[in-house]
Design a protein around this ligand. Structure first.
Ligand SMILES: N[C@@H](CCC(=O)N[C@@H](CS)C(=O)NCC(=O)O)C(=O)O
Length: 233
């Protein structure tokens, strides 16, 4: 199979390589944007405790996702490594934004900042409370709740978190709310966050989410190319 693929915009450029980890919420948000934008990649599934040297060679910080654009090929394409999930989302959507996820970046980025800051902090401790014995899991969960209340209040009035449609904010935040809900699904289902529950269910049931959650074996050098999204041609 050739390394040369077509972007939706036409010119022949090398296929970007996406280093990814299926369950990582940052990688999920990046895959959502790439799939939404219709950008084909070569997907390399990473095992976090055994990161490929090829990934570390382009991004020494060692987090996933990493998108390596212009790594190879016959055309003179500028090398570019994008090693932050939000930057990958913006890069993808700036090329093609069929669902209009862009357009309210200021409000989206403010909410995503809270997600990646205070909410992620509390989520990690709620999920792994045994590693953070200063407080109980319930106390950590309570520390996550102001953010959930903000989300739920927005969703009571609109279809998306910052607009009356799903946007960058929804795609970027959904994987973290999913992770939160999975810590104690019974508690989450019984909670008062009804609008948030509906929103989460809709994302979980979406074709887009299904398309980005295909299971792949860990990548090893020399493997045949794995195309992402799986049904892209
Ligand atoms: N700010 C980064 C965070 C990415 C991140 O922390 N990913 C985790 C996996 S969910 C990771 O790669 N951790 C490195 C490790 O566990 O070794 C982003 O938005 O891409």
């Amino acid at each position: 199979m050739s390394h040369i693929a077509r972007y939706h915009r036409g010119p022949e450029v090398p296929l970007p390589i996406l280093y990814s980890f299926r369950r990582c919420p940052y990688a999920i948000r990046a895959r959502l944007a790439l799939a939404c934008a219709g950008i084909r990649c070569e997907l390399r599934e990473v095992v976090l405790r055994d990161k490929p040297a090829e990934m570390l060679a382009v991004s020494a910080k060692g987090t996933v996702p990493v998108l390596h654009v212009g790594h190879d090929g016959t055309q003179p394409v500028a090398q570019r490594v994008i090693a932050e999930s939000l930057d990958i989302m913006l890069w993808a959507l700036q090329q093609h934004d069929p669902e209009h996820w862009l357009g309210c970046e200021e409000r989206a980025m403010a909410l995503i900042g809270r997600n990646d800051g205070e909410f992620k902090w509390a989520l990690d401790r709620y999920k792994y409370a045994d590693r953070y014995p200063e407080k109980t899991a319930v106390e950590y969960r309570e520390m996550a709740e102001p953010f959930l209340r903000t989300l739920d209040a927005s969703l009571q009035h609109s279809a998306g978190l910052v607009a009356n449609r799903p946007t960058l904010a929804d795609a970027a935040i959904f994987p973290f709310v999913r992770q939160f809900s999975m810590v104690d699904p019974v508690w989450f289902a019984a909670s008062g966050y009804k609008a948030l529950q509906r929103w989460l269910s809709d994302w979980l049931a979406s074709d887009l989410f299904a398309a980005v959650m295909t299971k792949y074996p860990p990548w090893r050098p020399g493997d045949a190319i794995t195309l992402f999204p799986a049904d892209s041609r």
